[in-house]
Design a protein around this ligand. Structure first.
Ligand SMILES: Cc1cc2nc3c(=O)[nH]c(=O)nc-3n(C[C@H](O)[C@H](O)[C@H](O)COP(=O)(O)OP(=O)(O)OC[C@H]3O[C@@H](n4cnc5c(N)ncnc54)[C@H](O)[C@@H]3O)c2cc1C
Ligand code: SF4
Ligand code: SF4
Ligand code: FES
Length: 665
């Protein structure tokens, strides 16, 4: 550790500014913003402000930024990465508080783990952070309760990811005469200074003439004394450790009704939050033949955040208000092993409705019996940890594919066959139950399931139902036109674990598409299975998917096909009514049966309930859960249910897992 005289701080900033764009806090109390340091400027020294008005999130995760660019008309399109225009000099943020460095460390974990977000990585690599410990808490601060500051050991909470891990490159601790005990008092003010990264060590070397080595090693002792004093200044506290149990116990508490009535959905809380990362995408069309997909900050508090086609929204306003609190205080930590709330207090300050996280948490904690609070937290129900880090040079840029065939499959449902125009041979195989993100250039992107066999590598078929903006635009495309394709994404449906058992597949409407690939594989290897029973349901025979496949399969020995329609037809012998009505007469050995159900969430629940009544275990029932998706790689946040991202942890779940997820489908 080193120290330097507080009066040398301006000179230090000037030295750094010869190499970096140095940004320092400025403004008036309560309205502190970052301004570029100019040698003669006055600025807010760290003893004169509590925290920045806005978190430093925008420096690494821009409010609006391009994801990829496209050019050409419908037959000739090409795509390219946006080539982020970063400033010539790296930026150095001076004066960031420890809670915000925790926020940055979390953003590193979030954006650089699993699928790496290239936009974030580029901005982060060009940003250095000099943090300054706080000696005095502000009226809204509760970081001491979240163990995120001041003086918190942030590096230890960051997991296994590579540099940068700490959220800061240098950490300063002010040690001013007013805080010193008589025996340590000196006639001037000092800062202790220590590196958090290799880049921090290089920053130190840059200002070496101003540094004094801590030869007597008093720095750590002083820090301890200063920390104890700082912790005594917190007026707001909560008990973090029991929050998972408390929140689990109060999921249905009427408090969520009363709070959600006051929330006006302004999204202020998520905008100011250093750990809120959700975004949506927009198309900016520069000319009819060129455009850019932009990502824009979005909020789980906005009305259509989880909306599905035809305005079905599985998350009510009450559920959305509750979700934000649970995400910050429970779900993020369950998923990423780091606190999702830094205790900065900005959301309560920003909220016009006075919704206050600390007051709420304390009220619920007080209402929770001690035995519940002290019980071990429930284990996470769904396994999601990935061994490998998934790296894609630019995961948001689609490859261009040409439509080579279009087939009218059912009313409002077309089968499109597409072929990559310039994908390298070794593209990863797409597996049953996975999905692709399909782009209509200039219009938008939608998630579409893999219905084709695992062996197909380049000419893919998709069954697409016309329901809204993008799918209508897809239906207008012709053979020879181009689409964008990203993927495959998501966890596939199982295969090996199904072998040796009966297989029951229930597909409703366009839900027959995701199960087609599983059926092809199972039927090709019929001898490895018991009975293979397919139940296809739709409102009418015209609306039924896979009519040709179903006819072919029904002629095969060992494969049984049943139809269930709402309206009678002369085409096939169909049950008129719910598919569930057929189960009791199947005469299956249910204990030796695995089931795959692809339908709306409401139908999945009804079918699974009846199958369990017949004796099936929920762990033998597989489902595919479709939620609003904008990225497919666990970043945009739209598909998140509880601590799980449906796009990377699903969309395939067992019904047992589904039952343990919050009921937001
Ligand atoms: C994993 C997965 C696999 C899917 N597979 C298929 C398939 O094989 N065939 C098919 O026809 N459809 C499939 N869907 C549904 C399809 O993605 C939606 O119908 C489509 O997003 C609607 O977009 P739109 O712009 O036409 O409709 P709009 O109503 O204009 O939608 C606007 C936005 O809402 C969201 N949205 C709307 N509907 C849904 C929905 N049902 N699910 C999720 N988000 C939605 C999208 O983000 C969309 O951008 C799948 C969805 C998911 C999540
Ligand atoms: S949830 Fe509120 S207090 Fe917690 S980090 Fe976000 S803005 Fe700060
Ligand atoms: S700031 Fe308050 S009123 Fe606005 S969306 Fe958030 S909780 Fe609702
Ligand atoms: S997080 Fe974006 S689709 Fe899942």
């Amino acid at each position: 550790m080193f120290k330097f005289k507080a009066c040398d701080l301006p000179q230090m900033l000037t030295l750094w500014s010869s190499r970096y764009t140095v940004l320092v806090p400025d403004g008036s109390m309560g309205h502190i913003q970052m301004q570029e340091w100019k040698a003669q400027d006055s600025f807010m020294t760290p003893d004169r402000y509590i925290n920045l008005g806005m978190s430093p999130k925008a420096f690494v995760f821009n409010e609006r930024e391009p994801l990829f660019h496209w050019e050409g008309h419908e037959k000739t399109r090409v795509t390219s990465d946006p080539g982020l225009r970063l400033p010539g000099k790296d930026s150095l943020l001076f004066g960031i508080r420890p809670c915000d460095t925790h926020g940055l460390a979390y953003l590193d974990r979030f954006f650089l783990g699993e699928y790496r977000d290239l936009n974030y990585q580029l901005r982060r690599e060009h940003l250095l952070v000099v943090a300054v410990n706080c000696l005095q808490a502000g009226p809204s601060c509760f970081c001491s309760s979240m163990h995120t500051g001041p003086f918190a050991d942030i590096s230890s909470s960051c997991g296994e990811l590579g540099s940068p891990q700490t959220g800061f490159d240098l950490l300063l601790t002010p040690d001013f005469a007013s805080q010193q005990t008589p025996e340590h008092a000196e006639d001037n003010n000092w800062y202790w200074i220590e590196p958090g990264t290799e880049r921090g060590k290089r920053l130190l070397a840059f200002v070496a003439p101003l540094l004094h080595r801590d030869l007597e090693q008093v720095g750590q002792k002083r820090k301890q004394i200063l920390q104890e004093k700082a912790l005594q200044t917190f007026a707001r506290t909560l008990v973090k450790e029991s929050l998972p149990q408390v929140l689990t116990a109060h999921y249905e508490n009427p408090i969520w009704d009363s709070i959600s009535e006051t929330c006006i959905g302004c999204t202020g809380c998520t905008r100011v939050c250093p750990t809120c990362t959700c975004f949506t995408t927009e198309e900016e069309n520069e000319t009819p033949d060129s455009g850019t997909r932009i990502r824009v900050w979005d909020s789980c508090q906005s009305v259509s955040f989880t909306r599905n086609a035809e305005w079905h929204n599985p998350r009510s306003k009450k559920a959305a208000v509750r979700y934000r609190i649970y995400d910050k205080l429970k779900y993020i930590e369950e998923r990423f092993g780091m606190p999702g709330c830094t205790g900065c207090g900005r959301c309560s300050d920003a909220c016009p409705a006075g919704i206050d996280m600390v007051a709420l948490a304390n009220r619920l904690t007080e209402a929770t019996p001690e035995a519940v609070r002290m019980a071990p937290a429930a284990p996470n129900p769904v396994h999601y940890e990935r061994k490998e880090r998934l790296f894609d040079p630019q995961p948001y840029t689609p490859l261009v594919a040409e439509i080579i065939d279009i087939h009218e499959e059912a009313r409002d449902i077309r089968r499109f066959t597409v072929r990559y125009r310039d994908r390298p041979e070794q593209g990863s195989p797409a597996l049953r139950g996975q999905f692709f993100m399909l782009t209509v250039f200039g219009v938008g992107e939608v998630a579409i399931s893999v219905p084709f066999s695992d062996r197909v590598r380049d000419a893919f078929t998709f069954y697409i139902k016309k329901v809204g903006k993008v799918t209508t635009a897809i239906h207008k495309l012709k053979v020879g036109d181009t689409l964008g394709i990203r993927g495959p994404f998501g966890v596939p449906l199982p295969y090996e674990t199904l072998k040796g058992r009966n297989l029951l597949v229930v597909g409703s409407g366009v839900g027959l598409a995701p199960v087609r690939a599983s059926l092809i594989r199972a039927i090709e290897n019929k001898e490895a299975f018991g009975r293979i029973v397919i139940m296809a349901s739709a409102t009418s025979y015209n609306g039924l998917l896979l009519k040709e496949d179903l006819k072919t399969w029904s002629d095969m020995p060992g494969v049984e096909v049943y139809y269930s329609l709402s309206r009678p037809t002369e085409e096939v012998n169909a049950h008129i009514g719910y598919v569930n009505d057929l189960f009791p007469n199947l005469g299956m050995d249910w204990s030796r049966t695995s089931a795959i159900i692809c339908a709306s969430a409401r139908r999945i629940k009804a079918v699974a309930r009846d199958l369990m009544q017949l004796g099936m275990k929920p762990s033998d029932i597989y489902t595919s859960l479709e939620t609003n998706m904008h990225c497919g790689i666990g970043k945009c946040g739209h598909c998140k249910v509880g601590s799980h991202y449906m796009c990377v942890d699903g969309p395939v779940f067992t019904y047992e897992e589904m039952l343990q997820l919050p009921p937001e489908f």
